[in-house]
Design a protein around this ligand. Sequence first.
Ligand code: HEM
Ligand SMILES: *[C@@H]1O[C@H](CO)[C@@H](O)[C@H](O)[C@H]1NC(C)=O
Ligand SMILES: *[C@@H]1O[C@H](CO)[C@@H](O)[C@H](O)[C@H]1NC(C)=O
Ligand SMILES: CC(=O)N[C@H]1CO[C@H](CO)[C@@H](O)[C@@H]1O
Length: 487
Amino acid sequence: MLSSVLLWFCVLLIILLLKSQRPKNFPPGPTRVPILGNILQLSLDNPLKDFERLRKTYGNVYSLYLGSKPAVFINGLEAMKEALVTKAKEFAGRPQDLFVNDTTDRKGVILADYGPSWKHHRRFALMTLRNFGLGKNSMEDRIHGEIKYVIKKLEKSIGKTMSPKVMFHNASSNIICQVLFGRRYEYDDKFINMIVQCFTENAKLANGPWAMLYDSFPMIRSLPLPFRRAFKNVEICQKFSKQLLTEHKNTRVPGEPRDFVDCYLDEMNKRGEDGFFSEAQLSMYVLDIHFAGTDTTSNTLLTGFLYFATFPHIQERCQQEIDKVLNGKDLASFDDRHNMPYVQAVIHEVQRIANTVPLSVFHTTTQDTELMGYTIPKGTLIIPNLTTLLNEEGQWKFPHEFNPENFLNDQGEFVKPEAFMPFSAGTRMCLGEGLARMELFLIIVTLLRKFKFIWPEDAGKPDYTPVYGVTLTPRPYSMKILLRETQ
Ligand code: HEM
Ligand SMILES: *[C@@H]1O[C@H](CO)[C@@H](O)[C@H](O)[C@H]1NC(C)=O
Ligand SMILES: *[C@@H]1O[C@H](CO)[C@@H](O)[C@H](O)[C@H]1NC(C)=O
Ligand SMILES: CC(=O)N[C@H]1CO[C@H](CO)[C@@H](O)[C@@H]1O
């Protein structure tokens, strides 16, 4: 008798343990297991299907336990706007206890937590990245300077097919280098290849199971496991950026900045010792910006040209508009976009379908707050699913197909629906948006004006499904390059 009561007691205890409670009024989600949370309920090779199922079951705001830490997933325009725009400040934090926290040394801006250092650095970048914020060479000139090399590369491929991946990657990287360091790097430069390799590897590590294990189990952090590689990579990058800073300090003329680094050094002099601006910050900051601006822009371009090559009538209609508006002008300028509603619509549609940063960068709450009626405590991990806006039914004329009409009204004018948030929104919104949009416009317009891009006959049906990662990448493809006659 006693033993059977004891047995029942034990069973009850186990059930209670298994049914670990979420905080009161927390967004709903599946029952979790102690320590592992909901990890075992996700299929590791294709969790995407699981997330869709969870959204159907629990709604646009639901929670999952990644290990012992809760994460709140935000889907759809309504919830996203409430979090990122209406309650921008409350949702403007960045997770500080993740793997990345340790690899970034808590410097820079992308992963810096909400606070004065982040605010000062963000404001500085927004000022400096304006068209003439970097001294006498305009941003447009820097971009056109790099486009020349892309044209040279394409001219060598006229009549042939080529894979544009590395070319766009190099170009995006070089434009950021022009902005940061006032110079570009030869396409096979060791320095830039090293940085790119380190960051790509770290992005992969940060996104993979090792980072999750690192976060969940403090006792394994000092073991020689694959995540140690990330720390090594950061060290390598830091060494290079410190070298560049030294070069700049030796050659600069205060008050006459050549680039972002010079501007920062000027700002440092102006501020004196206020504790926010320092060389250690700068050396991480430039790596941050290089990383944030390279893969994003190049993957968007890659997606664009995949669609230009496979939707020839859209490519031709762009070319007609470009020819008409530029009509004999030497170079396109960013202001020309106001006269090119169709090209604008196409570029935005490319960004919508490219869905380059599908889960934005993770946020955290900076204080106890509410979202869609649920209570979310301070410091909760927030995962904004931007994909759910970019293909949300009811927000787009054609949510599931590539169609520039999504950005055109009945009069053929360019319009931007509210759900267009590839750069996220609110306080943490991409601070390179202006630069990115200028790059996309000038590169696409200049290349479409000069060349014709063709899907090779022997390439089979195009596969538009992207490769998943921190940024989405189109599957490798080749396109045929022809010179246009009418210009
Ligand atoms: C098509 C290109 C780009 C896309 C789609 C993109 C998208 C994004 C997204 C979704 C975020 C996260 C925002 C959030 O946390 O809510 C972000 C942040 C950021 N982006 Fe971009 N980005 C692009 C290009 C660039 C470029 C060219 C730069 C370089 C200046 C840049 C610099 C940054 C920085 C520094 C942040 C962190 C901002 C912060 O934490 O305050 N991005 N970007
Ligand atoms: C984000 O939304 C897309 C589209 O609905 C879905 O396929 C994906 O699984 C979602 N990802 C996460 C992490 O919620
Ligand atoms: C992350 O950074 C914060 C300081 O900003 C620190 O308090 C925290 O301990 C760090 N987390 C880890 C896991 O190192
Ligand atoms: C930074 C970068 O992507 N560099 C590449 C530029 O192009 C050469 C080949 O032309 C590649 O080998 C580099 O990796």
